[in-house]
Ligand binder design. Structure first.
Ligand SMILES: Nc1ncnc2c1ncn2[C@@H]1O[C@H](COP(=O)(O)OP(=O)(O)O)[C@@H](O)[C@H]1O
Ligand SMILES: [Mg+2]
Length: 237
């Protein structure tokens, strides 16, 4: 069975349907990129996958032993979260608890993994700094490190490149791609930057008003919907 199966799902707020007829599956080791214009329902779909919101119709099924506690999640950033009063290292380590920010003890392996991820993301020197004092790009990397620590089986990233400069964005995409390829981490990444984001993905889900697309990246790149939205076929997003 697939890690995640989405069967004929519809997403709605207070009876207003955003998107319907969503059918796709994510297998272990896949890297699914979800694209679509602002307001098309990408973030809402992530909340539905995480069980934070129910689909208005249809079903989301977990397989392969996947549970919520094995998912690392980087939510799309909001202004409120930028004022969070905690130290960087605590926030990164809290990825291992899945619940509260302060857990008294972490294993040696957990501390090592947190240190490694922080180094890769270039935030190791910020470990003892207070999160609220960091720049937007630094904060984003801290939350990404936390999500990577939390991800045992699945990493869900909602617009992870928001607020990052082009160099750090490239590094982030490479890190996620390495996690996917070398550690067989299953990845779901939301982005509105189609051309950049799909470069590393194995599969693409394009949501919006019809038509929708779900399939391999190879098929997507040859599809009309890709040409239309990447700006190569006239109308751009
Ligand atoms: N909490 C909410 N209550 C009501 N409507 C919402 C809420 N969150 C999002 N929406 C609406 O649902 C639609 C999809 O939003 P969202 O999933 O955030 O889109 P995306 O992530 O693709 O930009 C938008 O029209 C948005 O205004
Ligand atoms: Mg969003």
């Amino acid at each position: 069975m697939a890690l995640i199966t989405c069967e004929n799902a519809a997403l709605a707020y207070e009876g207003n349907t955003i998107v319907k007829g969503l059918n796709f599956s994510v297998n272990s080791g896949d890297y699914l990129c979800i694209v679509g214009e602002n307001g098309s329902g990408k973030s809402t779909l992530m909340k539905v996958l995480l069980g934070l919101k129910s689909p208005a119709e249809g079903k989301i099924l977990f397989g392969d032993g996947l549970t919520k506690s094995k998912i690392g999640y980087l939510p799309q950033q909001t202004a409120i979260q930028r004022d969070f009063p905690a130290f960087v290292r605590e926030i990164v380590l809290s990825g291992f608890t899945g619940k509260s920010v302060f857990k008294p003890f972490f294993s040696k392996a957990e501390k090592q993994k947190a240190a490694d991820i922080m180094q890769v993301l270039g935030i190791d020197t910020l470990a003892k700094r207070c999160y609220r004092e960091l720049s937007g790009g630094q904060q984003q990397r801290v939350l990404l490190a936390r999500a990577v620590c939390a991800a045992e089986q699945l990493l869900i990233l909602d617009e992870p490149a928001a607020g990052l400069d082009p160099v750090v964005t490239q590094e982030l995409y490479m890190l996620v791609s390495d996690l996917n390829k070398k550690e067989n981490m299953t990845v779901i990444m939301v982005s509105h930057d189609i051309e950049q984001a799909v470069m590393y993905a194995t599969h693409v889900l394009h949501i919006g008003e019809t038509p929708l697309f779900f399939g391999t990246t190879q098929d997507y790149l040859q599809s009309d919907i890709c040409r239309l939205f990447s700006g190569k076929g006239g109308q751009s997003s």
